[in-house]
Design a protein around this ligand. Structure first.
Ligand code: G6P
Length: 593
């Protein structure tokens, strides 16, 4: 959460930083700010909310060095005062942070006793004052930043712009991501390399506790604990410079939903030989865990379902934020499969850090090349969905699931069949995405948009789809949607059904269909407005007031079903006038706990 950008070089620094911040806005959009170094002075511009100001309107001079920050508020409300970056009392340096200073209140009290004063409610201002305190003692500014940083607890990455020396930036990474881009006579720093891959593919990824010092177009890396210089490795990124514009669409979300016809194919574009190392370790491992948070957590559940039902592999699906209770039973012969879009989710990384220390093998199903989870993994598998900009994840979910499906089928000698099934889903989606289908969904939206409580029933292959469908709609429509297994209905949820309560039933042509029809009858008998989502063979069933047919698929019907909830979520949020791509209070990359 929060995005950091820095630049030193021949181009207009505020242009580069502004572009970078726009790319990183998915990390938080409560406020943003840019600070440029201008003849040993610092000029700042900050704004609340999303980035609306264009470069031509930015009241900042053209200079060769700047830093910027886009905020997802942790400590202190969304105000101009709390917006980063935060300047020092003497105005000779300015700082931005991504993370949380866990011991900030102890440090603040200590500093207040020494007569330091605070203007903001942020934990970040504490770092500024700590550096001020250090500058009175240390020989170099680098040492002051380093020593102040060493007093912090938590996962935090900082960037500091120094006004006293030309083009001087210092950054320290711990927990939250940071990458350096090396261009010709220019250097870029950013929380995500995507912010600068348009200019360079040569990237240095940092280890925790690395300190990076930029002076002009030169840089050095130090160990922030010892202050000793460190060697570094330049990685050449492979991924193409991806299109991150909305194209002809009003929102990234719709663009990304429609892209699924192609992205699911990219996710399974692996040869059987590429999967072999993972298959071998799955066969050998004592126990297999799969973990992910949010939508990636539901993808983990779906992948575990495919491994269990297709290849008889027992996979324990555990959310990373609840993993600590498994630590005592985790063994070095265990395999952990991490599922993540960004590869930067703090909870997931913490589990992997623990497992790595123990010697477990780590595999991952991820979207972002060079991300922390990618680099921590012994067996990383990229799903190549391209940048996913909308906070609500769509194409990455289906890509992760089809990769899991391919893996499960490959384990039982059905690699080719799996590829064919994904291809068939892809062509089905190509035909499905039509105005006619959209209008049918919009018709339903019109009739339900004023209701506030909704339920989704699924079962077996559609259990996680019910959860993901409900999450998708909650995220951007802010309506209370609850998904659960149909088996739970009579154990409590049915008490909430009133006249007109919309209840969605996900129904595939499988062994659960009869149970789902009965469950639908039961809620209908209590006045529910019933909506079927699934195989068109059920469209005429009397229990449904409305039916949304999906793309036919033999083994991937769960994924056909989820696409309908993605579209429903989009059209509902749109009709409510909500901010579709940047829903309130959320951020795409949850890098703090
Ligand atoms: C946030 C995002 C979700 C995502 C989850 C995990 O909640 O909004 O879309 O599923 O984080 O993120 P990851 O990057 O690990 O998939």
């Amino acid at each position: 959460m929060c995005g950091i950008v820095g630049y030193s070089g021949k181009q207009n620094s505020s242009k580069i930083v502004l572009e970078g911040l726009k790319t990183l806005e998915y990390r938080g959009y409560d406020s943003w700010g840019i600070a440029v170094q201008d003849k040993n002075q610092i000029k700042i511009f900050k704004e609340i909310g999303e980035i609306k100001t264009k470069l031509s309107m930015l009241p900042l001079p053209k200079t060769s060095c700047a830093i910027g920050h886009t905020r997802w508020a942790t400590h202190g409300g969304v105000t101009m005062t709390n917006a980063h970056p935060h300047i020092s009392t003497t105005k000779d340096f300015i700082l931005a942070q991504n993370g949380i200073v866990e011991n900030y209140s102890t440090l603040k009290k200590m500093l207040e006793k020494k007569k330091y004063t605070f203007k903001t409610q942020t934990d970040t201002e504490v770092i500024v004052r700590l550096i001020e305190q250090q500058t009175k003692k240390d020989e170099t500014f680098r040492d002051s930043v380093r020593k102040a940083f060493n007093m912090l607890e938590g996962r935090n990455t900082i960037i500091v712009l120094d006004s006293k020396e030309d083009n001087h930036i210092i950054a320290v990474k711990n927990g939250s991501p940071l990458a350096l881009g090396i261009g010709k006579d220019e250097l870029f720093l950013a929380s995500d390399a995507l912010a600068f891959t348009k200019y360079t593919k040569d990237v240095v990824f940092f280890d925790n506790l690395d300190l990076i010092e930029i002076k002009g177009n030169k840089f050095k890396i130090y160990d922030s604990k010892t202050g000793k210089e460190k060697k570094y490795k330049i990685t050449k990124l492979n991924s193409k410079v991806e299109d991150i514009s909305k194209g002809k669409y009003d929102h990234f979300m719709l663009k990304e939903i429609l892209e699924q016809q192609d992205t699911i194919l990219k996710a399974v574009n692996y040869k059987l030989d590429d999967l072999k190392p993972l298959i071998d370790i799955i066969k050998k491992a004592k126990r297999i865990y799969i973990t992910g948070a949010g939508t990636a957590g539901f993808a983990s559940g779906q992948i575990a379902y495919y491994l269990r039902t297709i290849s008889n592999i027992d996979v324990l699906d555990v959310r990373p934020y609840d993993f600590a209770s498994y630590f005592p039973i985790l063994k070095k012969d265990d395999l952990i499969i991490a599922v993540s879009q960004s590869g930067e989710t703090a909870d997931t990384i913490e589990v992997l850090e623990y497992a790595k220390e123990l010697g477990c093998t780590i595999a991952s199903i991820i979207n972002v090349e060079g991300s922390t989870i990618h680099r921590m993994s012994d067996l990383p598998y990229l799903i190549h969905a391209g940048p996913e900009i909308c906070v609500a994840s769509t194409k990455v979910f289906t890509s992760q699931c089809v990769f899991g499906y391919l893996l499960a089928k490959s384990m039982v000698g059905e690699y080719t069949g799996a590829r064919e099934e994904v291809e068939s889903l892809s062509s089905g989606l190509r035909e499905y995405f039509t105005e006619k289908v959209f209008n049918h969904i919009k018709k339903l939206v019109r009739s339900i948009k004023n209701r506030n409580h909704f339920f989704i029933l699924g079962k077996e292959q559609n259990s996680y789809i019910a959860l993901e469908g409900a999450l998708k709609i909650k995220e951007i429509s802010y309506k209370h949607f609850e998904g659960f297994s149909a088996g739970e209905l009579k154990h409590g949820v049915i008490a909430l059904i009133e006249k007109g309560t919309p209840v969605f039933t996900i129904i595939s042509d499988d062994m659960c269909s009869k149970d789902l029809l009965s469950a639908t009858e039961e809620v209908r008998a209590r006045g529910a407005y019933t909506v079927g989502v699934g195989d068109s063979k059920f469209r005429k069933e009397e229990c449904f007031n409305f039916f949304l047919p999906v793309v036919k698929s033999k083994e991937l019907s769960a994924l056909s079903n989820v696409v309908v909830f993605q579209l429903l979520s989009y059209f509902l949020a749109f009709s409510l006038g909500n901010s579709v791509d940047k829903p309130r209070n959320l951020a795409k990359s949850v890098t703090v706990k």
